[in-house]
Design a protein around this ligand. Sequence first.
Ligand code: ADP
Ligand code: MG
Length: 361
Amino acid sequence: MIKLNNFPILPNDESVIGIIGGGQLGKMIALSASRAGYKTHLYCPKGDNPAETVVDKITYGQWDDYEKLVEFSNDVFCATSEFENIPSKSLELLSNQTNVVPSSLVFRCAQIRSKEKEMALKSGFNTPKWFLIKNTDDLISSIKNISKEGILKTNSLGYDGKGQIKIDKNSNFFEAWENLGSVECVLEEKLEFKREISLMYFKSLDGSEGFFPLSENYHENGILKKTTAPTNLDSNIEFDIKTKAKKLAQNLNLFGVLAIELFELLDGSIVFNEIAPRPHNSFHWTLNGCNVSQFDILVRTICGLPVKDVECNGKWEMTNLIGQDVNNISMYEDQNYILHIYGKKNVKPSRKMGHFNKNIS
Ligand code: ADP
Ligand code: MG
């Protein structure tokens, strides 16, 4: 392991940032790191990994290949994971070898819905009414406490709306439970919301911290379709959720970046949905809308460079290109669209293939 105890870490040939996960987030982290002068080393299984083309070095390995993970960690001064579902054991092992930012503990919390909800409640947020479901008996008794419709979500491993189904008192509980793989779940009240909002907090290893302006999000079938930012929110409410976000980050002893997904209800109150301790799709607009993007900020935080609240230049809209959206010729012809195409080889119906940002102010 290369031991660099004094922050900030300045860019030079020894300053190799380890990136775990070869997806588009890994690619964009690597591009920011490279622009800032840092070398990058990617760890991921072999496959259709868009980050491969922009990193300095690659170690191919499975998520639980401890030997390969140790080999990888010996070459980097820190590691950050773009892949939220990395087994927490693997991150723990890496933590013994190198500086993992955000920490394995933060990832563990984000990976388990019941844990992140408990942590959110402890930090002052409200959550939808929810119940831990270990078997169909739990489901049958808990559904009685849900007023209209509920959402049954696997307690871990869900993403982009996968691993969840709507459910009500008339549903076939056994079928619902089986469809989710008969694993531990949470049952949540389905909320009627005005809109979805996300927040991004960050803290550098030097102790400085800040926020990006808030994002407003539109989902289709559980997948983010569009984000507009910055969002106008009552300044007292904004102050309140930022205070709670900081508390949550403190409770997790977080360094790096932390995205928090929230619902704004019809009465204006805010309810916590989930956290993600990594760059978040709803902040891809920062690539063009701010002088520093969420990827630049992540790099600064893990190198111990100072950070502060980020301001944006006007109003921005980010649209995800999902599946065949990426082959829409007219989008390539309109020069107001700032395209970010990930370079994935296989187009699949619900796969995120790229996004475009557009200034709308
Ligand atoms: P994922 O990990 O797949 O992002 P989420 O819990 O964020 O899972 O759910 C995906 C989307 O489903 C949310 O962004 C929201 O649009 C909708 N959703 C999730 N939970 C609720 C809820 N309790 N009430 C209403 N809509 C919800
Ligand atoms: Mg989500």
